[in-house]
Design a protein around this ligand. Structure first.
Ligand code: 1HE
Length: 262
């Protein structure tokens, strides 16, 4: 199915084979995430065409994202604020537990809701210019895009407290050491690396990618006994698949790639 939906001007999409490149394209506002953009993300991720097997998310301009568009927040009542945050939760969950793995390429400021968005994706690449912050503390607000759920699982509660209380920033090297990024590359190199990784991800069996995105994180939150049961079921479903049988046969008959360290 082709993706013929209308996206807002703040999002651009380019298709390269099995990979779609989704770009935050509001550099004049440092890719601040207004409702239009967040709803556009929902539209994109709920209508990904079948032929797209992985997505690269990146951003135009000097910064990945300045986070929540503060000009929209200033007019919200408490009730509207709850609804707004719940909207982000629903949409970011659709990204995290969706059909296609997302590789995010981060550069410049990756702050507040921008960091929450990146945290909802699956593989993160930082260019050396990337830096991270949670300025919510100094703005008198709180994370609202699932940051308090996702970020402690990545960097720990203690580091998140420090980020929020003191308003400090982490540079790209610190982000790499703490697990915010999985890959650290030079400035301008992120997209090529992101595309290469997305192509590799796209070549996996869709069943395995589904299990990695949707089952693995759930198992990690279960007790051990439930986790083992869920793992057995998932492993059995995956290996019963024709795709797995073909891939294993290919390897045994010397057609499949070896696991080599390059
Ligand atoms: C914005 C936003 C924004 C820029 N909402 N308009 N996020 C923050 O607290 C971060 C706020 N932004 C910044 O600290 C800086 O803008 C940056 C370090 C990211 C970039 O600095 P710089 O010098 O390149 O740009 P600038 O001059 O500050 O901003 C350019 C324009 O973008 C300017 O608008 P203009 O009309 O005067 O040109 C800024 O007002 C606008 N802009 N950031 C609205 N965030 C779901 S809960 C999540 C909670 C949060 O994310 S809180 C964190 C909010």
């Amino acid at each position: 199915m082709a993706q013929r939906v209308e996206l807002p001007k703040s999002l651009k999409v380019e298709r390269r084979g099995a990979v779609a490149i989704l770009t935050l394209a509001r550099p004049e506002k440092r890719n601040a995430l207004n409702d239009t953009t967040v709803l556009g993300l929902e539209t994109f991720f709920t209508t990904v065409p079948d032929g797209v097997k992985a997505v690269v998310l990146n951003a135009e301009g000097k910064h990945f994202s300045a986070g929540l568009d503060l000009s929209e927040l200033k007019v919200l009542s408490t009730e509207e604020g709850i609804a707004h945050s719940r909207m982000w939760h629903g949409i970011f969950d659709k990204i995290e537990f969706g059909r296609v793995p997302v590789v995010t390429v981060m550069h410049g400021a990756v702050v507040g809701g921008g960091l929450e968005l990146a945290a909802a994706t699956h593989v993160r690449i930082a260019e050396r210019s990337a830096y991270y912050a949670l300025p919510e503390g100094s703005r008198g607000i709180f994370v609202g895009g699932g940051g308090s759920v996702r970020l402690p699982r990545i960097i720990g509660v203690s580091r998140m407290m420090d980020l929020m209380l003191t308003g400090r920033t982490y540079g790209a090297e610190e982000g790499q050491a703490f697990g915010i990024s999985h890959y650290l590359v030079g400035d301008g190199e992120g997209l090529a690396q992101g595309f290469a990784l997305a192509q590799r991800i796209a070549s996996n069996s869709p069943t395995t990618n589904f299990a990695i995105m949707n089952v693995l994180p759930r198992i990690a939150e279960q007790d051990r006994a439930s986790g083992y049961v869920m793992e057995s079921l998932t492993a059995a479903i995956a290996q019963g698949n024709e795709e797995a049988k073909k891939r294993i046969k290919d390897f045994l008959e010397k057609r499949g790639a070896k696991v080599e360290r390059k």
